[in-house]
Design a protein around this ligand. Structure first.
Ligand SMILES: *[C@@H]1O[C@H](CO)[C@@H](O)[C@H](O)[C@H]1NC(C)=O
Ligand SMILES: *[C@@H]1O[C@H](CO)[C@@H](O)[C@H](O)[C@H]1NC(C)=O
Ligand SMILES: [Zn+2]
Length: 439
């Protein structure tokens, strides 16, 4: 039981030490949020609900062999999914909440493609890869805001990024890949505990989500939710970003109906993911960033950036002075839609691990309201767009290097082909052991 409290208490400890946006990671007992992001009936309540602190469950220390051994090492085996997840999926399907859209097939170097007869731009499908925007999802930042966020971590390059973010007191959203958390647990803990940055879901092994069955989508999202939840004192991420920005109404509905997840995309792409593969150069990334940062402030910027390589991290570090010099207000991307960053966090940043819920205006899933505006119309400056359609290869796959020798490697580039693009019942006793666990 004591160890069940450790993770709950730990962020408290750390907040005390680091004391930045404490409220953001504060853990407090007592009052519940007045509003919830999802109603009590939402399945996500049951899927990740923790028992009370006295439930006797021991949470293995993040990074320990016991912790790691409970998760898939590579693409989740759908025959091994927790029954509760598949039940939630079945219920959503039966309730007619998951559109019956065929899977895509993907050949390397091309966009995932639908079978003939399925129009990716039809509002009922609305594939982001084909530049269809589903209303209600976040693509743009408010005017004058630079949304800070990084995909594909944690990876070795994250160490440099974390140091820089901390030194500059910047809060960012990290869209993390599940197997990379397994392989780089220390960097995960650093981002969450020490930086108090925001953790979001970027799937377990980084596939094109439209190529997957509903069950495979559940595996990719569910395990990533689980490892984040069990490694952050019970926080349940509210946001996810599809790898390559590839999703449609079906993928979106599975994420939302089963796990309560909402999408954050981007409106500009430096293609920094291809810096290591010759797809772009530091000069080209610098030029694009310069153009956007000195361009119009409406809409604000959500630029696709990666903590994938030293180069991609350097691209952000190099642009940072211009972000500040041009008067952009920086916000962590997960702060942009408004409300809390975790599903079980109230407006004051308090998280109640054994309760999941919250307020959000998730747009109705009615596909009919879909607009098909092109992603690239966001334009700052009419400039460039991110993406030359899908031809740019999006295929390198970077191995997440670690000492564990894990067989998994998370595909790490992102390059979307298109331009889309805590109740801590005041248990101070737990604090001392928590220091052992997490420092
Ligand atoms: C996550 O924590 C729950 C208890 O809240 C436990 O039942 C589950 O086995 C843990 N998952 C893993 C993969 O360790
Ligand atoms: C571009 O590179 C120059 C020279 O290194 C640097 O001063 C500037 O901050 C960079 N700008 C961006 C947006 O990366
Ligand atoms: Zn990615």
């Amino acid at each position: 039981m004591l160890s069940a409290l450790l993770l709950l208490a730990a962020p408290f400890v750390s907040a005390g030490i680091v004391a930045r946006h404490d409220a953001h990671h504060d853990v407090s007992p007592g009052q519940l949020p007045t509003t919830w992001y999802h109603t009590d009936e939402h399945p996500v309540h049951k899927l990740f609900k923790r028992g009370p602190a006295t439930d006797g469950i021991n949470y293995a220390a993040v990074g320990s062999p016991t912790w790691a051994s409970a998760y898939p090492r590579s693409s989740p085996d759908i025959s091994q999914l927790p029954q509760a997840w598949t039940n939630a999926l079945s219920q959503a399907v039966q309730a007619g909440k998951i559109p019956d859209i065929p899977k895509t097939t993907n050949t390397p170097q091309t966009n995932p493609s639908y079978p003939s007869g399925t129009n990716p731009m039809d509002p009922s499908v609305c594939s982001s890869t084909y530049k269809c925007r589903i209303p209600g999802d976040t693509w743009d930042a408010p005017n004058g805001v630079f949304g800070t966020g990084f995909d594909d971590g944690p990876q070795p390059a994250s160490a440099t990024l974390n140091k820089f973010l901390k030194a500059n007191n910047e809060r960012a959203t990290h869209y993390m890949i599940g197997v990379n958390i397994l392989n780089n647990a220390g960097l995960f803990t650093e981002a969450f505990e020490e930086l108090e940055n925001d953790i979001a879901v970027h799937t377990w092994t980084h596939p094109y989500m439209t190529t997957l069955t509903n069950e495979e989508i559940v595996g990719q999202l569910g395990w990533t939710m689980e490892i984040i939840h069990n490694s952050t004192g019970g926080r349940l991420p509210r946001y996810w970003r599809p790898p390559y920005g590839d999703y449609d109404q079906r993928v979106r509905a599975v994420a939302r109906e089963v796990f309560g997840l909402e999408v954050i995309l981007w409106n500009q792409d430096t293609e920094d993911w291809s810096l290591t593969t010759g797809g772009t150069s530091m000069g080209a990334v610098n030029a694009s960033m310069h153009r956007w940062l000195t361009g119009p402030k409406s809409p604000g910027l959500i630029i696709l950036e990666h903590e994938l390589s030293d180069q991609s991290v350097q691209a952000f570090i190099s642009a940072y002075p211009e972000i500040k010099a041009n008067g952009w207000r920086t916000l962590s991307q997960a702060e942009i839609p408004g409300g809390s960053v975790y599903q079980n966090e109230d407006d004051d940043g308090n998280v109640t691990p054994n309760l999941v819920g919250a307020q959000v205006s998730i747009a109705p899933s009615s596909s009919s309201s879909t607009s098909s505006s092109s992603a690239s119309t966001t334009g700052s400056s009419g400039s460039s767009t991110t993406s030359t359609s899908g031809s740019t290869s999006a295929s390198s796959s970077t191995t997440s290097t670690t000492a564990t020798g894990s067989p998994t490697s998370a595909a790490a580039n992102n390059g979307a082909p298109s331009d889309i693009v805590h109740s801590l019942t005041t248990i101070l006793v737990a604090i001392i052991p928590a220091l052992f666990v997490l420092v």
